[in-house]
Design a protein around this ligand. Structure first.
Ligand SMILES: [Zn+2]
Length: 345
């Protein structure tokens, strides 16, 4: 399978290397000093050194598979599986709402050089994916091509509409079902498996390496699952209020029940009338915790917390959402620990 269609032309490589050489010369003032003070021999040595340095990053990067993911969670998992054979970048940062990412020109440039584009799917990226892929003019990452992967393949999806008519009325951002499946650690194993299969297709010579990393990933998830379940064991069957419907997969896995949501529909900010209903529900159902992502407006949730006495727990829902959530494992660690603290306080 030919996935790497275009190598840079010799002229293009020359330009890139020259740019590196200039960057190094500017960056290291001591080099400039020596160039001025040194003799011809010194100048030659330094020039050769700069040239050597300029070659290193290019050849280093060229050998790797360039992966562009839409979210930081997919990036984290792709990095684990791909290891030193891949270079991964993410469009969304962990502190951003992944439903609403701006299709910046810089994202199109990133997509231009991607060998593999990985998305969450279920229309999570509907507002920006097409614009970025079209703008990149990179045909190998188009939907349906081997360079495009929908990570939701094989996931047991929740809240999929039962009618064939998709309803986007009032701005509902979950018209194809709930896309936040990465928050169930067992779904992370499915994502990891999907990424592994695709990397093996793209780079069959590294199949053994990718499969070994997948085995390690699964082992690590299984070990952590025991710990996460143990921590949340006492709160099994407990009800939580949530801001956005990011949490049903997580709640299902750990035996928690979602009692109500602050958003009247996914993607629609809470109205005063709806918040009043939420306050009543929390009181009636004796809900102790309101779980909210880091990027939403805290005011409505604080209002509900004050009115009900429920504890507002703000957590990242993606890797990088807070400084503790450095990778997929520490993301779930953070959510579990903060939730436990919330239930206990
Ligand atoms: Zn959502």
């Amino acid at each position: 399978m030919q996935l790497f269609e275009k190598e840079p032309t010799p002229k293009g490589r020359g330009l890139i290397r020259r740019r590196f050489a200039i960057t190094y010369a500017r960056k290291y003032s001591c080099v400039s000093y020596l160039l001025i003070k040194g003799g011809n021999q010194m100048k030659k040595i330094i020039f050769i050194m700069i040239l050597m340095l300029s070659f290193l990053p290019c050849s280093y990067a060229e050998n790797k598979i360039n992966i562009l993911t839409t979210t930081s969670d997919l990036k984290s998992i792709a990095e684990f599986i791909g290891g030193d054979k891949v270079k991964v970048d993410s469009l969304a940062k962990g502190c951003q709402d992944p439903h609403f990412i701006e299709a910046k020109p810089s994202f199109m440039l990133k997509a231009k050089n991607a060998d593999l584009f990985i998305r969450v799917g279920l229309e999570l990226e509907i507002g920006y994916e097409e614009l970025i892929i079209d703008g990149s003019r990179n045909s190998k990452i188009r939907i349906g091509k081997p360079g495009h992967l929908d990570a939701s393949e094989g996931v047991n999806l929740l809240e999929v509409p039962t009618t064939t008519k998709v309803d986007r009325s009032m701005g509902d951002v979950h018209p194809m079902g709930n896309p936040h499946y990465w928050l169930d650690p067992l779904n992370a194993k499915i994502i990891a498996s999907n990424i592994t299969e695709r990397l093996c297709e793209i780079s069959p010579q590294n199949e053994g390496y990718f499969r070994q990393n997948l085995a390690e990933f699964n082992k690590k998830i299984d070990a952590r699952m025991i710990m996460w379940q143990e921590k949340l064991k006492s709160f099994k069957g407990g009800k939580i209020a949530i801001y956005h419907r990011s949490w049903p997969y997580f709640a299902n896995r750990f035996g928690l029940i979602v009692g109500c949501e602050l958003e009247p529909k996914p993607g629609i900010p809470p109205s005063p009338g709806h918040l009043k209903e939420v306050v009543d529900t929390i009181k009636q159902q004796n809900i102790k915790v309101i779980l909210m992502e880091v990027f939403y407006d805290e005011k409505p949730a604080q209002f509900v917390a004050e009115q009900t006495g429920a504890k507002l727990v703000i957590v990242p829902n993606s890797v990088g959402g807070t400084k503790e959530a450095q990778d997929y494992f520490s993301l779930i660690d953070t959510i579990v620990d903060k939730l436990v603290q919330g239930f206990r306080s």
